[in-house]
Design a protein around this ligand. Structure first.
Ligand SMILES: *[C@@H]1O[C@H](CO)[C@@H](O)[C@H](O)[C@H]1NC(C)=O
Ligand SMILES: *[C@@H]1O[C@H](CO)[C@@H](O)[C@H](O)[C@H]1NC(C)=O
Ligand SMILES: *[C@@H]1O[C@H](CO)[C@@H](O)[C@H](O)[C@H]1NC(C)=O
Length: 863
């Protein structure tokens, strides 16, 4: 039976893969390799792991917590170090740590993990301190530690590799981390108040972020400030073959003081809910939250937060960004249904929606005027019934769904792990949320979602080596920067590289809310830089660059190359946009790929050079945005091939077959090219424009193509077709195999169905098939749903015996529902199946209200 389960899981994943292949593949429009844009960096010799950052914009200082050191650097130029202090672990401590089996050279050091403003003159600092977390105060006057050595247990992780989160709110530290050396106890802690050690509260959480949401100034309801925590944990509400992770948001109220009898020294306001980030059309679920960012607004009801998500099955490299409405989160906590654990046969617990009466004041609420009117002026006064309820029901049944019920961005082949979001007012006076997302390989993606259209403006390689972006911070000052921390150092990245867009068309097609074209100075500029003549600036975030046709007079330099006859020549072309296709022209005629011309990336290779190859070569890009295709001249070469009389030492002409065997680029480098003394001449094109627009095809492809020679421009337009890229080719091979595997599996299912090995829905399907002789509608969506549902059915209908499924639950017994390996009542197999079906639907689908008692009774009657 175990084998069947394996296959079910495999199919489940295959179906997801199949569905995912439909999702859009967003290509960053511009890519800046390391060194192509200038970035300011900070690192100190002998120090690594710069993972904790704190910004104080009033002082203009960025504080950096690294391995055994804390630095203060100038936030406008982080290479300008102001102060430093070292905080090392004694040899004795280090040896003790090593004796406990930890690595002396790496783990048994002091990794600074917490850096917060305590007051105007002090920072609060915590470090792992050789697996003995310790906190201290750092005086800003002389940048020295006060040696107070406070206990850091529950505030700071023991293990530097562990995930954690913390935030200082009104001089009190809120933290989400582990509480013991082994890492088995996890807490959300503030002073003496913490979470209960119970699986329904926290089940192996991996904390990623926390933030405070203040009540609005007008606070009519007398509500409280709230601290939110974001984490991934092992689900208790879904049971599957393996452990299923779920992304969560949890919150506590600032005024919480714990209970007096029940929940003493525990949060009385701890509630959590599931965050949903999935592809609506395919059910693909991103179930691991990697980071979050809260975009605060004066009124918290308008606050939006962003989360980056990946999938638990990490072999699927796909990430998504979802945004959520804080009002909706508060709705779930203040009016949503609770989940209830129902015990079966005194051993197994299943989580279902609670349908009974909820005590008053509502469990888990902050103290409001309403509660105060009932004389519950603080959490210590709350009645036992309320406290007992929240102790048993910390999980909400309602989920928090993303704005628009879909991700803002989905990207394959990356692992997003960090995010910050900047809300920018563009020239159209609208607000745009610009997402800066860091990957595990040191990339920074800058993306915007325009009316459900995903657009990655830039991809930036911010480190010299491929390493994870560990921390991202955004400054809010006028000249904005992103600060990124990593193992090797800190990088200061401007939010935009407008000046890198050289033409009007390029500036507008970038669709960067920070950038606009200045027609007077003919440059792409940062909109916040120049307030005087904002009215003249051109910015069309819909990508409509038609305005550039008349206003643009662009300069394209022409390079003169003199080469010898024979051999080959490579002409380089670097298009500004990865979304553009490249077209090469010789003396104004488009070239097509043949034995004479070949494309390498976007560069043109000319083989068997003869004098007839002399002429003007031009590289054009064609970029389609919303049905308009923009053509731009990127590069012009004037090539002169010298006759045989000059070629005495020319390399022998390599036959084409041989060339194909070798790398074209390496051949190109052997090309005996001479540049004439005055090779580069700049020419300003005055006869109209170098960029033209024509309406029509909206194909977007990143693959360069050559256009048949006899085609004129109008026919060029029709050539814009989507070509399968290499990766798409691989995808289709993958897809083919998946389809084959799926078919094999379906055969297996059919066989098992026929042999009556499978229960419930499948048998129904078989009956349907046999009974009507008709082909049932085979819907992938339904199949996978059914499969998931089946996973929660642990009783097997067949009489061979009952199966046991391992679950990640560790606090509760996980025996089969109907007694420890006992065969369920075989006299009523049909009824049993029916109830299993009902039950599984109820437990997996919180949309349907489940009455616990009812199910309980059913289960009792069965066993
Ligand atoms: C510290 O940095 C080194 C590389 O410099 C890296 O290998 C190691 O994993 C980092 N350790 C932590 C705890 O971040
Ligand atoms: C968030 O929800 C509130 C209340 O339902 C609504 O007024 C607001 O427009 C929503 N905000 C967003 C960005 O969807
Ligand atoms: C609240 O407490 C005050 C004094 O302790 C008492 O006078 C009042 O009747 C109480 N109100 C309610 C609604 O219990």
């Amino acid at each position: 039976m175990r084998r069947h389960n394996m296959t079910l899981v495999t199919l489940y994943m295959i179906l997801h893969l199949l569905r995912l292949s439909h999702c859009d593949h967003v290509i960053p429009r511009t890519v800046w390799k390391y060194g192509e844009v200038s970035l300011v960096t900070f690192s100190a010799t002998g120090v690594s792991n710069y993972s904790t950052l704190l910004l104080n914009e009033d002082r203009g200082v960025l504080y950096v917590g690294a391995q055994e050191a804390i630095f203060a650097v100038n936030m406008s130029d982080i290479s300008d170090k102001k102060h430093e202090v070292y905080w090392k672990v004694s040899d004795e401590k280090q040896s003790k740590c090593a004796a406990k089996g930890k690595s002396k050279e790496t783990e048994c050091l002091n990794y600074i993990r917490i850096l917060h403003e305590f007051d105007d003159e002090t920072l609060y600092v915590c470090g792992t301190f050789a697996f003995q977390p310790t906190c201290d105060y750092l005086s800003l006057k002389d940048f020295s530690l006060q040696q107070r050595n406070e206990e850091g247990k529950g505030k700071c992780p023991f293990d530097p590799a562990q995930k954690y989160t913390s935030i200082m709110v009104d001089r009190e530290l809120y933290s989400g981390t582990v509480y013991n050396f082994l890492g088995s106890e996890t807490v959300i802690l503030r002073g003496h108040l913490r979470t209960e050690y119970a699986i329904p509260w926290l089940n192996e959480p991996s904390f990623v972020y926390s933030d405070v949401i203040r009540e609005s100034e007008t606070n009519l309801g007398g509500g409280d400030d709230k601290v939110y925590f974001f984490f991934t944990e092992v689900s208790i509400e879904y049971e599957f073959y393996s452990r299923i992770l779920v992304p969560r948001i949890a919150r506590v109220c600032k005024g919480d003081q714990g209970g007096s009898r029940i929940l003493q020294k525990r949060w009385t306001s701890f509630l959590k809910a599931r965050l949903v980030c999935s592809l609506p059309e395919s059910d693909f679920v991103f179930n691991v939250i990697q980071d979050a960012f809260v975009l605060k607004t004066p009124n918290w009801k308008e606050t939006v937060f962003y989360g980056v998500f990946t999938s638990q099955w990490s072999n699927l490299e796909v990430s998504a960004v979802c945004s959520f409405n804080m009002s909706k989160v508060e709705d779930v906590f203040s009016t949503g249904k609770f989940m209830q654990g129902a015990t079966f046969d005194q051993s197994h617990v299943k989580w279902v929606r609670f349908g009974g009466t909820i005590p008053l004041p509502r469990p888990g609420s902050c103290i409001t005027n309403e509660a105060r009117a009932l004389n519950f002026s603080n959490s210590l006064m709350l009645p036992d019934k309320t406290l007992q309820f929240v102790k048993d029901h910390p999980l909400m049944a309602d989920t928090v769904n993303p704005i628009g019920n879909a991700p803002k961005l989905v990207k394959k082949n990356v692992n997003y792990i960090q995010i910050v979001v900047d809300r920018v007012r563009a020239l159209d006076n609208l607000l745009y949320d610009v997402m800066f997302i860091g990957t595990d390989k040191g990339l920074l993606h800058k993306a915007v979602n325009f009316d459900n259209e995903m657009h990655i403006i830039e991809e930036l390689h911010i480190f010299s080596v491929s390493e994870p972006v560990q921390t991202l911070l955004l400054s809010k000052e006028d000249r904005r920067y992103i600060y990124a921390g990593s193992h090797s150092g800190v990088v200061q990245v401007p939010v935009a590289f407008c000046e890198k867009y050289k033409t009007c068309t390029d500036c507008i097609l970038a669709r960067d809310p920070y950038c606009a074209w200045d027609p007077q100075n003919k440059s792409c500029i940062w909109i916040m830089k120049n307030n005087d003549h904002k009215n003249n600036l051109l910015q069309f975030l819909n990508g409509n660059a038609t305005v550039c046709r008349t206003k643009d007079v662009e300069s394209v330099s022409s390079e003169e190359h003199i080469v010898e006859q024979g051999g080959l020549k490579e002409l380089k072309c670097l298009p500004a946009s990865r979304l553009a296709k490249v077209m090469w022209k010789l003396n104004n005629r488009a070239l097509s790929e043949n034995s004479k011309y070949r494309l390498d990336q976007n560069n043109l290779l000319i083989f068997h050079l003869t004098e007839a190859d002399s002429g003007t070569y031009e590289c054009w890009t064609m970029e389609a945005v919303k049905g308009d295709v923009y053509k731009q001249l990127v590069k012009r070469y004037s090539l002169i091939v010298e006759g045989p009389s000059n070629v005495i030492t020319a390399a022998p002409t390599a036959p084409l077959t041989q060339m194909e065997g070798k790398s074209a680029t390496s051949l190109a480098s052997t090309d005996k090219e001479r540049r004439s003394p005055h090779t580069t001449t700049s020419r300003i094109q005055t006869e109209g424009s170098t960029s033209t627009v024509f309406q029509g095809s909206a194909g977007t492809a990143s693959v360069p193509m050559l256009i048949p020679t006899n085609n004129n421009d109008l026919e060029v337009e029709t050539e814009i077709v989507r070509r399968a890229s290499e990766s798409e080719g691989i995808n289709s091979i993958l897809l083919f195999f998946l389809v084959v595997i799926t078919l094999l599996f379906l055969m297996l299912v059919t066989y098992n169905c026929y042999m009556k090995y499978l229960p419930g829905p499948c048998l129904k399907l078989c009956l349907y098939k046999v009974g009507n002789g008709k082909k049932p509608k085979f819907d992938y969506d339904n199949v996978s749903e059914e499969l998931v549902k089946q996973q929660s059915v642990k009783i097997n209908g067949d009489n061979q015996g009952s199966e046991q499924i391992a679950t990640g639950d560790k606090g509760y017994e996980t025996e089969s529902d109907c007694g420890n390996g006992k065969i369920p009542n075989a006299e009523k197999p049909q009824e049993l199946k029916q109830i299993q079906e009902n039950y599984s639907i109820k437990s997996i689908d919180p949309e349907k209200d489940a009455d616990i008692k009812y199910i309980d009774e059913e289960a009792q009657s069965l066993c």
